[in-house]
Design a protein around this ligand. Structure first.
Ligand code: BG6
Length: 509
């Protein structure tokens, strides 16, 4: 019998919705903040968009003494509070049928036996096909016991035609050595293609747009190099403190929290060469080359800066300093502001510093990648004409005001010649009617589809630690506290001095 082929359906057309096949998603650490704010809402949003199959199961595993209904209520509340798409009862009912909870501890055999039975039952009842994704939204110390239990209880056995995958949340260790250890733990049970390391920045639409901007257009490529770019600034600023996350954050610091992963990935996407395709191997190979060529120049005293927020004002309210936060040691040296210069030693970027900075308690929440261009070699104007001509810049606005800005000089209307800096703007809100999916929607869907390009590979993680380790070691050896900066300001004076030494100043996004 001939199979009907729809002539309008091109299998290579990536605009077509990709729907996950039957499977079970098991979340460890399901009572955590991430799960409530991001993971559960993302699962619902996927279901609401019709991207989950009818044969889908969601299993929560945690220490609480909950029944399935208790967990379902937690998911329900998380969805109502945090989902991106509107609540629809019929979607919820369908999802609800596949929701299960397994109370248990990582070191308890009985708990994992219950988990095995729960998954097995779901496989039979919901036709989930023996396909299982294990999402470790837990601290790295839990990886080893979970892996041991999964193996002991035969939870990752492969049979013909089914798959098992593991999803790992950051932090991937706290330095190169611990990242290697973690990788060894995970790779006992899972092959590299079954491991999905989450860096949720890669799931952001605007981060993927960096690939579109660079590689779908002709006009940017000729200027994307050290002939035209003077320096690059990558900023991730947050206008809040650590909130209730002292347990995770204190002793870790912002450099390990976000520079090691999000910011270095943004650097890699900005600096890499064009991959032959967006197939995972090709994309990762280009990112790896950049990370391997990147380093913080010696003299960390000159090329890095760290700070800690002091009390101040944020959003019109007085706020406490880092050392007064609940759960933070009174003499903690953990940095809440980190900045560093990274040089990329290759032909395209030699001589162009990449300045990375990230911080809590800044005046605004903003993430952006800004390419600042060199001055025109000659300006046929008088000095006063161009007094207000700033630096030409291309700014990729990752969030919250998603878009791209081009900054350049234009003539101020009038009889005299006066040049002033102006902006040309592309904003997602104004150009598209669709709202952007949350990063976790995209990434969870990719896990279920087994689509790996947006997940960094272990080698990228190692290369990133190699860049950061010496800086963190240098900071750890310093006697003094990180420099204090008032909450609601753009960080410590040393960060400004760091750029001034190279003849630049930070943008005020
Ligand atoms: C996480 C960090 O990876 O990213 C947090 O652990 C940070 O400290 C968060 O607040 C920021 O994510 P986003 O998507 O809001 O920029």
């Amino acid at each position: 019998m001939n199979t009907y082929v729809n002539p309008l359906r091109d299998p290579l057309d990536r605009r077509l919705p990709r729907i996950a096949g039957p499977c079970v998603l098991v979340i460890f650490g399901v009572t955590g903040d991430l799960s409530r704010k991001k993971l559960m809402p993302a699962v619902y949003d996927l279901a609401n968009r019709g991207l989950l199959p009818p044969g889908f199961g969601l299993v929560g595993f945690a220490r609480r003494d909950w029944a399935d209904q208790d967990f379902a209520k937690v998911v329900h509340d998380a969805v109502k509070e945090n989902a991106r798409t509107p609540f629809r009862e019929e979607v919820w009912q369908q999802l609800l049928e596949g929701i299960r909870f397994v109370p248990g501890r990582f070191d308890d055999d009985e708990s994992f036996e219950r988990l095995r039975r729960t998954i097995q039952d779901l496989d039979t009842e919901r036709g989930t096909g023996g396909n299982h994704a294990f999402y470790l939204s837990i601290p790295p110390s839990g990886f080893e016991p979970v892996m041991t239990q999964l193996r002991r209880h035969g939870l990752t056995e492969r049979t013909e035609g089914n798959w098992n995958r593991v999803v790992i949340e950051k932090p991937f260790g706290h330095d190169l050595a611990s990242a290697r250890e973690l990788n060894d733990v995970v790779s006992v049970l899972f092959d590299p293609h079954e491991v999905f390391r989450i860096d949720h920045y890669l799931g952001k639409e605007t981060v993927q747009n960096m690939l579109a901007l660079r590689f779908a257009n002709q006009m940017f490529e000729p200027i994307w190099n050290n002939h035209y770019v003077s320096h690059v600034e990558i900023t991730m600023a947050e206008d809040f403190g650590i909130g209730g996350r002292a347990g995770y954050f204190d002793g870790i610091g912002i450099a390990r929290d976000v520079i090691q992963n999000h910011l270095l990935q943004l650097l890699a996407l900005t600096a890499m060469e064009e991959p032959t395709s967006f197939e995972a191997g090709q994309l990762r190979a280009e990112k790896k080359k950049v990370l391997a060529a990147a380093r913080v120049p010696d003299r960390y005293d000159l090329h890095t800066a760290r700070g800690q927020y002091a009390a101040g004002w944020q959003g019109g309210r007085p706020v406490i300093g880092y050392l007064e936060e609940d759960g933070v040691a009174h003499d903690s040296r953990t940095e809440t502001f980190a900045a560093m210069r990274v040089d990329v030693d290759n032909r395209r970027w030699a001589g162009v510093p990449f300045f990375l900075r990230s911080a809590k308690r800044m005046p605004r929440r903003v993430t952006e990648v800004a390419l600042a261009f060199k001055r025109a070699p000659h300006l046929p104007f008088t000095a006063t004409d161009t007094a207000e001509l700033g630096t030409n810049a291309l700014v990729m606005r990752i969030q919250p005001d998603e878009g791209v800005t081009l900054r350049f000089g234009a003539k101020v209307p009038g009889t005299q010649m006066e040049i002033r800096e102006v902006s040309m703007d592309f904003g997602y809100g104004g150009s598209f009617t669709e709202s952007s999916p949350e990063a976790y929607e995209r990434l969870i869907l990719d896990v279920l589809l087994g689509d790996p390009p947006l997940f960094p590979q272990h080698e990228e993680v190692e290369l990133s630690w190699r860049i950061l380790d010496p800086v963190i070691e240098y900071w750890a050896g310093l006697e003094e506290q990180p420099e204090q900066y008032d909450s609601g300001t753009w960080g410590p004076a040393s960060a400004h001095d760091m750029l001034a030494r190279d003849g630049f100043s930070w943008r005020r996004p």
